[in-house]
Design a protein around this ligand. Structure first.
Ligand SMILES: [Cu+2]
Length: 610
């Protein structure tokens, strides 16, 4: 590493390092001084006693999507809350366990506490002895330094108590602000909300729900296990954008339910940690929007999409009249591909039909395979983790002799007479027991449906794959549901012959290169930096193998590794190599790490450790 070898020519790098250093010192100093000051006062008064004038009661809080009942009392109280920080694990998407799912009271988002304007809140925060990090809470409804994060800082096994006044109505975020890394603690799930009811309350509605949007930045260390990726967080490039902390928390069996004509109030939080949300409900206009969670000003009316800042909130009301699925989305719309879809299912029967028709009356419709975004109450597909393929649903394609790959090419959905335009190849033969994998390289999602057997792929998105193992010999014609002109055929032969293209096809397409099982990766590999790029651009080593980067160019390069893996935990990911210099590193965790030169961005590639 050449980090100390800075010359005047290195100004941008130098300045950045110094700035980062200064910022870290300032943040740390701030937190230490705050926590020290409070520790001293807390020590002199270890057992808090209620302000004599106020009647004490246990705080009223719920887990998402539930909201505690509206507060009807008219006197201020001392509201006592006992919460515990728990570092846990959770299945973030089906089959993928997030190992650093850090919570308040066991859930992401943390509980929703409901108090009344003028109440005093006494927070008892415990840090579970099973934890391995300090935690605290910065409450946005608190008027005081750090929102309480200083005095509430607790090490594993400790408890702290803070008493604060809820001076202003609103819907407020809280989050952990542990000084070891505030962004990491928020990204891992330590956030929730406090609803401070106005002294006069809010108008009654039929349903109140608590929904929180947030992002997850993950990397896969071992199969099925995800951990937080600091580098992806820094780049603001999330793998997942979820409602209520995990895939499908508000969809399918977890969808919200209402009846036509019922007024719905959503308390919508955005925990970030980075993205600003363009909150929208597909099929509804908001009759009232308490912008940015402001419950003091009169609400705005007639709004389609409202901004929810990171670390902020909104409160919206609407009354669906027509039965069906209403989707909660971030209308920064590609995020629906990262999981940002929730569902409100509005039921209803014949008694509502006339009323519904007044609002929504399909006069002439076609039997269309393109379902729009009704989503019919089905849970959406889990998003793939960046840099990985979605695992096939059936048996893995294991050997070339019994498997085949069909590519769905770019622009495949456009109608064409050309051979193999829709599928490459359009017809393929595998022996019985053979697997076929479809690889979607189009810009559209596709859904394969088989004509003679009850078999379908479900929607699979651009960049993902779907596999199926064919046990019985026969001919299996299929087509794409949203693009019915996309027809293909799979022939399953009775023999155990190796894979061949269908005899009827004079010009078989070569098989995709990802079909054969790969041999064990080499124990070491060398990556050369050359004037026009790096060679090779993709290198593979086995787990525990070493990679040597050689600067074979006549100018300096700065290699940035685009991953925060354990391998780089104590190493700065930026590597400066002078001409002729080399650097060797042992990679102990599997995965694919992209790299590029900071000065020559076209010089880039990937290192795969497997
Ligand atoms: Cu924390």
């Amino acid at each position: 590493m050449q980090l100390c070898d800075l010359t005047p020519g290195e100004a941008p790098w130098n300045v950045e390092v110094v700035m980062r250093y200064r910022i870290s010192i300032a943040v740390l100093a701030m937190f230490f001084s705050v926590s020290l000051a409070y520790r001293v006062s807390a020590a002199s008064d270890p057992s808090p006693s209620a302000p004599s004038a106020l009647q004490a009661e246990e705080g009223s809080w719920t887990h998402a999507p539930e909201v505690p009942p509206a507060i009807k009392r008219t006197d201020p109280r001392l509201v006592v809350v006992h919460w515990e920080a728990k570092e846990s694990k959770m299945e973030l998407t089906p089959g993928m366990v997030y190992e650093t799912y850090w919570t308040i009271e066991g859930t992401v988002p943390g509980p929703l506490l409901r108090v009344r304007e003028g109440d005093t809140v006494e927070i008892h925060l415990k840090n579970s002895p099973a934890n391995s990090h300090p935690h605290n809470i910065d409450f946005h409804f608190v008027a005081g330094p750090g929102g309480g994060a200083g005095p509430l800082t607790v090490m594993p096994g400790q408890e702290a108590v803070l008493r604060v006044k809820a001076t202003m109505a609103g819907f407020y975020m809280y989050h952990c602000a542990a000084s070891e890394s505030i962004p990491t603690h928020i990204a891992n799930g330590m956030y929730g909300f406090v609803l401070v009811d106005p002294a006069n309350g809010l108008p009654d509605v039929d349903h109140e729900w608590y929904v929180v949007q947030s992002e997850f930045y993950a990397e896969q260390r071992t199969a099925g296990h995800l951990t937080f990726s600091f580098q992806k967080g820094l780049a603001e490039r999330p793998d997942y954008v979820f409602w209520n902390g995990r895939f499908g928390a508000l969809a399918g069996n977890n969808a919200l339910h209402a009846n036509p004509g019922e007024r719905i109030r959503l308390y919508v939080g955005n925990a970030g940690p980075n993205l600003v949300s363009s909150f929208h409900v597909i099929g509804a206009m908001f009759e009232s929007v308490y912008r940015e969670g402001d419950l003091i000003s009169p609400p705005a009316h007639g709004i389609q999409t409202t901004l929810v800042p990171s670390g902020g909130s909104t409160v919206v009301e609407f009354t669906p009249q027509v039965p069906g699925a209403y989707l909660l989305v971030d209308h920064s719309i590609f995020r629906i591909m990262k999981g940002a879809v929730g569902q409100i299912m509005v039921g209803g029967g014949a008694q509502n039909a006339d009323k519904a028709k007044e609002f929504y009356d399909p006069i002439l419709t076609q039997q269309s395979a393109m379902g729009g975004h009704d989503m019919k109450g089905a849970a959406p597909e889990p998003p793939p983790l960046e840099g990985t393929e979605r695992p096939a649903r059936s048996e893995a394609v294991s050997a070339r002799s019994t498997s085949g790959t069909v590519t769905i090419p770019y622009n495949a959905s456009v109608q064409s007479q050309e051979k193999d335009h829709y599928y490459s190849p359009g017809s393929i033969t595998v022996p019985k027991g053979g697997a076929v994998t479809w690889n979607n390289k189009d810009m559209m999602g596709h859904e394969l449906v088989f004509d003679t057997v009850d078999l379908g792929s479900g929607t699979f998105n651009p960049g993902s794959k779907w596999s199926h193992t064919f046990a019985a010999p026969g001919k299996y014609p299929y087509h794409c549901k949203p693009h019915p002109w996309m027809k293909g055929v799979i022939v399953v032969s009775d023999s155990a012959q190796p894979l061949v293209a269908n005899a009827a096809e004079p010009d078989p397409q070569p098989q995709s290169s990802d079909a054969p099982a790969a041999p064990l990766a080499p124990a070491s590999a060398t990556l050369r930096l050359l004037p026009h790029g790096s060679m090779p651009t993709h290198i593979r080593v086995r787990e525990g193998g070493t990679v040597t980067v050689v600067n074979a160019d006549n100018q300096k390069h700065e290699v940035m590794f685009d991953s925060w893996s354990w391998d780089f935990r104590y190493v700065d990911p930026g590597l400066i190599l002078q001409p002729g210099e080399k650097w060797t590193h042992t990679f102990t965790t599997t995965g694919t790490i992209a790299y590029r030169c900071r000065r020559h961005p076209w010089m880039k590639g990937t290192v795969e450790i497997k």
